[in-house]
Design a protein around this ligand. Structure first.
Ligand code: TXA
Ligand code: MG
Length: 349
């Protein structure tokens, strides 16, 4: 793999100085946007209590204003400030998983501006574990008497692949957005989203924190997203076609990819293949194939996924063929993102 993002722990995280943190917190304080690293993906942040700042986020992303954004809180922040009431289940999950890659959807306090929740009566809250995110959130929160929260969707244009490095953010927005560089994101896919606003736990987006881990804490399994949950809150990350690269992507078992590879080879078409080396066999070395060996470990796959999709978009291939992964719990989050990337092209396949 040409672009192999490594975890901050092993790559030597770039230094972000206190002065850079202060500068970024001051920008947020004045209603400007700042892109910052989290353990999942980079976020495009703005003051969650400023409708003007939230409007800037929507404008920069090209995202419909009816889509709610997640409010990021400092480790010493006050989740109670943002919600109408804190259910016991929410507190248990906060104690178990924060700081970390779990977003909770809760009934929002009346004072929270409509814009941040896309007009819904709920608010999404999360406390990230990345040290740069935490320093920024503490510095901003301190400027707001300990109550500041940063609204931040993933720092990509609407519908596109989330960024997992500072360079990915620059690739999305050019020099228009101030970026704090905290190295490559360790988790690599967006947080798990759990809705607790309707009296029962419901998973809206799978992520590193699994339904099984949530069930261990709550003593009850969350409802899973199966399309039949008609009253589920709207979430853009839950649209069928999302997280898409620009190059058409097909997600199929290797058996089904093989005839497509053969047609591509016969026509001299350059394609990308993301598959386990054991499945790919000789196709890995075919002259028209740009081969990416799929990581065997689900966490590693998640960490590298968006980086290789972005790299393949620049690799001058006309199709991205991805081997389908096992239908087992440890692959659910990666399958979800790959499935959405493929769905974006199913109509034209
Ligand atoms: O890991 C993450 O969650 C990253 C980092 C930056 O924290 N953020 C992220 O944000 O993925 P975004 O906006 O790209 O995806 C957040 C998802 C969206 O699908 C949004 O609709 C949903 O969360 N969401 C946010 N607030 C919500 C609410 N009140 N009700 C239902 N869904 C909500
Ligand atoms: Mg997103």
């Amino acid at each position: 793999m040409s672009e192999r993002p490594t975890s901050p722990a092993t790559s030597g995280m770039p230094m972000v100085s206190d002065a850079q943190i202060d500068e970024a917190a001051a920008l947020l304080d004045s209603g400007e946007l700042v892109a910052f690293p989290t353990e999942t993906v980079y976020g495009l942040g703005g003051d969650a209590e400023s409708p003007a700042a939230v409007a800037r986020i929507y404008a920069a992303k090209g995202r419909p204003a009816s889509h709610p954004v997640i409010v990021h809180l400092a480790p010493h922040g006050d989740p109670q400030y943002w919600v109408a009431h804190m259910p016991a289940d929410a507190q248990k999950l906060i104690d178990a998983f924060w700081p970390g890659p779990l977003t909770l959807i809760l009934e929002r306090a009346a004072r929270i501006p409509d814009a941040v929740s896309g007009g819904q009566t709920s608010v999404g809250l999360r406390c990230p574990s990345h040290p740069v995110a935490q320093r920024l959130l503490e510095a901003f929160s301190a400027r707001r008497g300990g109550h500041g929260g940063v609204a931040a969707p993933s720092a990509n244009r609407f519908g596109h692949v989330s960024p997992t490095t500072a360079q990915h953010v620059r690739d999305e927005f050019g020099g228009a957005i101030h970026v704090l560089d905290g190295g490559a994101c360790e988790v690599g896919i967006e947080s798990t989203i759990l809705d607790l606003s309707r009296g029962f736990p419901a998973l809206l987006r799978p992520g590193r924190v699994t339904p099984h881990e949530i069930a261990d804490v709550l003593g009850v399994a969350p409802r899973l997203p199966d399309g039949s949950d008609a009253t589920a809150p709207r979430a853009s990350g839950t649209l069928k076609a999302h997280y898409a690269p620009r190059t058409p992507l097909a997600l199929l078992p290797f058996d089904s990819l093989e005839p497509m590879l053969a047609v591509a080879a016969a026509n001299g078409m350059r394609v990308a293949l993301v598959a386990r080396a054991s499945s790919a066999g000789a196709w890995a070395d075919a002259s028209n194939v740009h081969f990416v060996a799929a990581p065997e470990d689900p966490h590693v796959y998640a960490r590298e996924l968006y980086g290789f999709l972005r790299a393949l978009d620049r690799a001058d291939v006309s199709r991205i063929f991805v081997e389908r992964l096992p239908d087992t719990p440890e692959w659910v989050a990666v399958n979800d993102r790959l499935g959405r990337a493929a769905a974006a092209f199913e109509a034209q396949a």
